[in-house]
Design a protein around this ligand. Structure first.
Ligand SMILES: O=C(O)c1cc(=O)[nH]c(=O)n1[C@@H]1O[C@H](COP(=O)(O)O)[C@@H](O)[C@H]1O
Length: 233
């Protein structure tokens, strides 16, 4: 069975050192999940953490949420492709030209990473958008940015599972919907606002579930991962 069919779970390795991240990775199983390397870990460790995870058999989502001018962002996603990562992301609010330039920049790679765009962070709610001058519901803004991402030719978006149904209506089935803000019923929400359980997220059409603390802060992370996967079938 391919890993695509085995598990949609991407475990967020949000750690402050390579050693801590690898202790967690060594408790997980690369046939049951992928892993995500974000800003904290990559800023501290650089490419060596990606190499160490590849050596252990994990596919890596490099979550650096690039947001810059087209030239800079394109060079950044090309650097991610040089590292051989499975997925990389930019901010959709960087705009159509920036996203299209990134997509074109990956065309020269034989097996480019999936290129996806963050819509509205799952930690944000309506008032956070008002604060930055956007007097809209998160759902509406996510829909607009997902359409822009689709038109720029990217592989998908990061959104909350609460927006999946609306995006599915306007994007092709091949458009990947990657959803953080996933919380089993028993888990703390923490700083996440737009949340959903793993089971609900999959039933509504999420392709990938990004899950950090509910797995990495569990007493038995592998059991927590397996318990979550068991709820998905
Ligand atoms: O791009 C992301 O992965 C991301 C986008 C978003 O809108 N919300 C969000 O939480 N994330 C990431 O997903 C992970 C969620 O972790 P937990 O809240 O611990 O499950 C973190 O590493 C976040 O950086």
């Amino acid at each position: 069975m391919s890993i695509e069919r085995l598990s949609p779970v991407i475990v967020a390795l949000d750690y402050h050192s390579k050693a801590e991240a690898l202790v967690m990775a060594d408790q997980l199983d690369p046939t049951q999940c992928r892993v995500k390397v974000g800003k904290e870990l990559f800023t501290l460790c650089g490419p060596s953490i990606v190499e160490a995870l590849h050596q252990r058999g994990f596919e890596v989502f490099l979550d650096l949420k690039f947001h810059d001018i087209p030239n800079t962002t394109t060079k950044a996603v090309q650097a991610a492709a040089d590292l051989g990562v499975w997925m990389v992301n930019v901010h959709a609010s960087g705009g159509r030209r920036m996203m299209a330039s990134c997509r074109e920049g990956l065309e020269k790679f034989r097996t480019p990473p999936k290129l996806i765009a963050v819509t509205v962070l799952t930690s944000m709610e309506r008032q956070d958008l008002v604060d930055i001058g956007l007097d809209v519901e998160p759902m509406e803004h996510v829909k607009r940015l997902a359409a822009l991402t689709r038109d720029a030719g990217l592989d998908g978006v990061v959104c909350s599972a609460q927006e999946v149904a609306v995006i599915r209506d306007i994007c092709p089935a091949s458009f990947n919907l990657v959803t953080p803000g996933i919380r089993p019923l028993s888990a703390e929400k923490g700083d996440q606002k737009r949340v959903m359980t793993p089971q609900e997220a999959i039933s509504i059409g999420s392709d990938y579930l990004v899950i950090g603390r509910p797995i990495t802060q569990a007493n038995d992370p592998l059991k927590s991962l397996e318990d979550i996967i068991a709820t998905l079938s």
